[in-house]
Design a protein around this ligand. Structure first.
Ligand code: MIC
Ligand code: SF4
Length: 628
């Protein structure tokens, strides 16, 4: 059979199961970041394995950087000491955003990477199968365990042509989001091919694979070719190069086509990454804040584009313009090449190399502000401001609009690009393990809760009924107030569904747990397992929906919450918040819920493998792994 690159790499890593069904794959590399990493390492400790068994595991600190109280810094030293003990590289705070640094310093074509962050597919830009997962799945992989997934369908994205000046790789993925929506990629992998591929550099490819996460896709991948070699050479990592190309007659389950030459600048309007329009449709809209950075668009090329547009100009008096370079490498290059000077001269606010405003860690916009960001997510309230109006745009659009003070089409701006030829390679903020470090645990780091196995009957109240596209930001908010509690489940559980219903936690505690009813694509967005673990801590036994997003569904299973789908989606209307439900779960392949409030019988389906069912019966993956 003629294979594309996704199937080639997948097949080469299958250890359990067979291609087409559920497969267990070997993981070569792992990454974690601090906001999900503390739990991942507590879980790794609970597995009782003396040191990691992967080729490479890296622990990054990039999310919880504000350190307004002691908790974040406590987490940082915990992560550093635990990494040192178990054989993990530690990327210090200030070294940059995990996906950007991993792309620069560690990603290897044809290998697999599992990361406890939903944007791990960024490294698909280097020809890796890079997948985002919950921390527990990453912990198991660090211990040498397999990662299980349903073989995804492969969407071939045929690229032709070349981006015009003023159009960014960001506009490519925004166009795909416009066509396919935030639900369009669930159960699928996106593989890029065609003549146009050679016209995109590795960081541009990474912008596209990064935001494939917003399609709900399992992952996205580009071939490894001359451009990959060129990138790795400049990173002084030529030895990591391996060519990866599709067979001549590779078949895909679906094909979509994009002519790069025809694309124009786009924007995702508030508050969903798929609410995409052409910039021309919103031109002239007054802008209050512009932010450049995040793991999506903060390569040195992106920064040079911004500087080229700002050169000799000044940011509009009523615009606050912030820049957070993706890595220390990018920031150092900006310093060496005068890009930083240009930005400062134009009136930029320079932030550290970290996630920062992307996750609501500072720079929350004022009430009613229009905020243009080069980021990947604009879910409501994620910026830290209620009813925010965040637009996702390219660096070109961001810079041109920051100068004009209104949304501006960058194709109309005149600028000369000046991209530095070489990268500044300096790994001095990546700390090697000593294998004998004392693990330092601050008072905020609480032990993992232990849960019992699944009981025979589940009963309780529908604690909350929500609609379609509920994000993990709704379920377990981030931001500077809640993020410091990421290593303390009892404390963080007080914020579950805070923005949707501030009484949720109180009700869940009073009723001794119960059920959640959702619509389509429940749990889209991040990989944070807190969105499953904290509800489980509050006694949530099952989430009943029309459909689920991939990572969140896996996290629910990992923590022993039944992810149930309504057999007839119209039954959604016959269940109300407050209804009393009861059902027998002895046979997980056939379950009928009795709605005791109105007497209705509702059939639900558990789409899960034998292994998933066994995990659910055991009360979660930790119990299951320990029992084994
Ligand atoms: C995000 O972009 O939503 C995050 C914050 O990076 C999350 C991880 C987290 O919640 O810690 C993600 O993408 O998985
Ligand atoms: Fe960080 Fe934002 Fe990227 Fe998530 S999406 S890893 S918060 S920069």
């Amino acid at each position: 059979m003629e294979d594309g690159i996704f199937n080639k790499v997948l097949k080469a890593h299958i250890v359990d199961g067979s291609f087409g069904g559920e497969v267990g794959i070997k993981i070569d590399q792992t990454l974690t970041q601090d906001a999900t990493g503390t739990l991942a390492y507590l879980e790794f400790e609970a597995l009782g394995i003396p040191r990691v068994k992967t080729n490479l595991s890296v622990s990054y600190v990039d999310h919880n950087m504000l350190q307004t109280t002691f908790e974040n810094a406590d987490d940082h030293i915990f992560l550093q000491t635990i990494a040192s003990n178990y054989g993990i590289l530690f990327s210090k705070p200030g070294n940059g955003i995990c996906h950007q640094v991993h792309l620069e310093r560690f990603g290897v074509p044809s290998q697999t990477l599992l990361g406890s962050d939903s944007h791990t597919p960024t490294n698909g830009g280097l020809g890796m199968i890079a997948i985002g997962a919950g921390g527990l799945d990453v912990a198991v992989a660090m211990g040498g365990g397999l990662f299980y997934l349903k073989t995804p369908k492969v969407v071939g994205v045929k690229l032709t042509g070349k981006l015009r000046k003023g159009v960014n790789a960001k506009d490519v993925i925004l166009e795909i989001l416009r066509r396919l929506t935030v639900k369009g990629g669930v159960g699928k992998a996106f593989e890029y091919f065609g003549e146009g591929v050679k016209n995109l550099s590795v960081p541009e490819r990474a912008t596209i694979t990064n935001m494939g996460a917003e399609l709900g896709a399992t992952t996205s991948i580009f071939p490894s070719d001359e451009n990959t070699l060129d990138f790795l050479k400049k990173q002084k990592r030529e030895k990591d190069f391996k060519r990866l190309e599709a067979d001549a007659n590779a078949q895909y389950d679906e094909v979509i086509e994009i002519n790069l030459s025809e694309l124009v600048p786009m924007a995702a309007r508030p508050s969903s990454p798929d609410s995409v329009v052409k910039i021309s449709e919103i031109e002239g809209l007054k802008v209050d804040q512009v932010l450049v950075g995040s793991c999506t668009n903060s390569s040195i090329k992106d920064m040079s584009i911004v500087a080229s547009i700002l050169k000799g100009k000044h940011i509009n008096d009523f615009v606050s313009f912030g820049v957070s370079p993706g890595s220390r490498q990018v920031l150092e290059q900006m310093t060496e090449t005068g890009i930083l000077e240009t930005m400062l001269g134009a009136g930029a606010r320079v932030l550290e190399s970290a996630c920062g405003p992307c996750i609501g860690m500072g720079q929350s916009p004022r009430t009613g502000a229009v905020s243009l960001r080069t980021f990947n997510r604009n879910f409501e309230g994620r910026s830290g401001t209620k009813n925010d109006k965040v637009y996702l745009v390219s660096p070109e659009t961001a810079a041109a609009s920051a100068v004009a003070g209104v949304v501006t089409d960058p194709m109309k701006a005149s600028f000369e690009l000046n991209i530095p030829a070489d990268f500044v390679v300096d790994d001095s903020m990546i700390i090697k393990p000593t294998f004998k470090s004392e693990i330092i645990r601050g008072p905020n780091i609480a032990p993992l809760p232990i849960f019992p196995q699944l009981s025979e009957t589940l009963s309780g109240e529908v604690l909350l009924k929500v609609g379609d596209d509920i994000t993990t930001d709704h379920i377990m908010p981030a931001g500077s107030k809640v993020l410091p509690l990421r290593s303390n489940i009892p404390k963080i559980s007080n914020y579950v569904f805070e923005s949707v219903d501030p009484n949720f936690t109180k009700r869940a505690k009073e009723k001794n747990g119960g059920f959640i009813l959702g619509g389509l694509n429940y749990g889209q967005g991040s990989s944070r397992e807190h969105a499953a673990l904290a509800p489980r801590f509050l006694g949530v036994k099952a989430v009943i929906t029309k459909t689920f997003a991939r990572i969140h569904k896996a996290n629910l299973i990992n923590f022993g919450i039944l992810p149930l789908q309504l057999k007839n989606p119209s039954d959604y209307d016959s269940i109300s918040q407050g209804d009393e439900l009861e059902f027998n779960v002895n046979d997980l392949s056939k379950m009928t819920i009795n709605n005791k409030t109105n007497g209705k019988k509702i059939e639900v389906i558990l789409e899960a493998s034998e292994r998933d069912r066994a995990i659910l019966k055991a009360g979660g993956l930790l119990n299951y792994t320990k029992n084994k």
